[in-house]
Write a protein that binds this ligand. Structure first.
Ligand code: ADP
Ligand code: MG
Length: 311
């Protein structure tokens, strides 16, 4: 059984006078997720990522489409779904004056845990998420990284089979992000949890996710492993050169150069095949008396792929 089976999901937000202003957020999104997978929804702001997660997590109703989560229809039986999922948002906000154990205990009670069980559960999560030193710190005095860790801890209170994470590393320093990512990878490894997360950091998606769905304008434009996406969207190789003087126009006009972007004194040329074009480019530059200060050849990374997709 699929952990998620969503088909042709549509959602339009209505607002303003007589609810006449319409914002289409999802325009026919289908998503299938195998149990135990970590899937990343990657896309720019406003792409529809949070809307999709909210529908999967039974917080919003779709206008159209079929959505089954853990085999249960989210529209017909949201309560059964809720017991077995949880969600944490990078934008989460808890009551400012409560301390981490109180926040966790509050949510634990909502899931029907109480007494000694609840205390044990809370202590365990405080330990796992290294919140021990902050037991007595009110929520509003926690750093962003600690808030994020607390949100993650909260999302595990009901031991979900499926976890939704909305921008789990939003606004975090790189080193803190790395730790959060490690925790997420651990959750899957140790508990076999299925995880669907949204992010707009390519690196995060590439590091963490078995599969990536690129979403933009309410549609999934491409989906697959990071490697498959790179292969699928064959955009050639990249030759970056730093020359004296800078000659972006000359490079752009050279044979086999598909695209040229200048930045920071470097010119990045996308070419059909680097092994063929590199000698030609160097010969041209040499003949024109241009001095080459630096050169780099690389395969396109995920970011290049998505720049291409988003065009
Ligand atoms: N509650 C809402 N009311 C009206 N419009 C909304 C609401 N939530 C989201 N939208 C709009 O729906 C689109 C998708 O938003 P969202 O799912 O939040 O994107 P993302 O999470 O990818 O940034 C955007 O155009 C956004 O402005
Ligand atoms: Mg969002």
């Amino acid at each position: 059984m699929l952990a998620i089976d969503a088909r042709e999901v549509e959602k339009t937000f209505r607002g303003g006078w007589m609810r006449r202003r319409q914002t289409p957020a999802l325009r026919g999104v289908s998503l299938q997720v195998e149990p135990g997978a970590i899937v990343g929804l990657l896309g720019p702001n406003g792409a529809g990522k949070t809307t999709l997660l909210s529908i999967l997590a039974t917080l919003l109703l779709p206008d159209r489409g079929d959505v089954k989560v853990l085999g249960v229809d989210v529209c017909r039986n949201p309560t059964a779904v809720r017991r077995r999922i949880n969600m944490a948002s990078g934008n989460a906000s808890f009551l400012w004056s409560l301390r981490p154990p109180e926040i966790l205990a509050f949510y634990g009670r909502l899931y029907g845990v109480s007494g000694r069980d609840l205390r044990r559960r809370v202590d365990e999560l405080i330990g796992t998420f290294e919140l021990e030193a902050h037991r007595r710190t009110p929520y509003n005095e926690l750093s962003t990284g600690l808030k994020q860790r607390l949100a993650l801890a909260k999302s595990l209170l009901n031991d979900p089979a499926l976890l939704f994470l909305d921008e789990p590393t939003l606004g975090l320093d790189p080193d803190v992000s790395v730790r959060i990512r490690r925790v997420i990878a651990e959750l899957r490894r140790t508990r076999g949890m299925t995880i669907v997360l949204t992010t707009h950091y390519m690196r995060e998606a590439e590091d963490l996710c078995d599969e990536i769905a690129f979403i933009k304008g309410g549609r999934i434009l491409a989906r697959g492993t990071a490697d498959a996406l790179k292969r699928q969207i064959r955009i050639g190789d990249i030759i970056a050169v730093r020359t004296d003087p800078p000659v972006p126009a000359m490079l752009a006009d050279a044979q086999g150069v598909l695209r040229c972007v200048a930045s920071d004194g470097w010119v990045e040329c996308t070419v059909d095949a680097a092994e063929k074009r590199l000698p030609e480019l160097l010969r041209t530059l040499h003949m024109e008396g241009v001095v080459v200060r630096g050169i780099e050849v690389r395969e396109p990374d995920l970011e290049d792929v998505f720049v291409e997709l988003a065009r």
